[in-house]
Design a protein. Structure first.
Length: 190
């Protein structure tokens, strides 16, 4: 077997384990390694070649999912893309934000989003108004995640596009002041 084939197999089995863990986390974080292996169709030896234990796997999954959202937070937070990511993993986000599963994910996600925000604000070089931008970002971000939790709890009653239009309608009321507010840190147009 060539190294390239081996690398592809390693990546494939790691992804299968991650996908199974995400499915199980959407139901409960109290799953066993045996349940994970059964769902993934992977052997115990393969699992332990990739991870030390279940906590190590959950850390890896959380890192992957945080990166999935944070890729749209460099520069301005791209609301449309974030909504798509959340919709694609609706069961997981429903469990995290409405059923309080995987509490470490939520705090890690917010810490990483704040780090992206701070980098963006530093590039803007706004001096004394930085604190105001931070507070305004927190207000908009809190609103965003609250609406996402409600949307998921309501079985995504609006389409992604309709939801984005609602965000635009609400937050565009400050369109004249956008350059002066924390809304400069968000992209509602995608």
């Amino acid at each position: 077997m060539t190294r390239k084939q081996m690398d592809a197999r390693v990546l494939r089995s790691r992804q299968i384990l991650r996908d199974a863990a995400i499915s199980l986390l959407a139901e409960s974080d109290a799953f066993s390694v045996a349940q994970l292996l059964d769902l993934a169709g992977i052997t115990r030896g393969t699992f332990y070649r990739h991870y030390r234990n279940k906590a190590d796997l959950i850390d890896d999954v959380n890192e992957l999912l945080v990166a999935e959202i944070c890729q749209y937070a460099h520069g301005r937070f791209q609301v449309k893309e974030a909504i798509s990511v959340i919709a694609n993993r609706a069961a997981f986000y429903q469990a995290v934000f409405n059923q309080h599963q995987d509490p470490l994910f939520k705090s890690t996600l917010l810490a990483n989003l704040r780090a992206c925000r701070d980098q963006t604000i530093a590039r803007l070089g706004r001096g004394a108004s930085q604190r105001r931008l931070i507070y305004q970002w927190e207000v908009v971000m809190a609103g965003f995640w609250s609406v996402m939790a409600l949307w998921l709890k309501d079985d995504m009653a609006f389409s992604k596009q309709e939801l984005l239009q609602e965000f635009r309608a609400i937050w565009r009321c400050a369109v004249i002041r956008t350059q002066q507010t924390g809304l400069i840190l968000f992209d509602f147009d995608g």
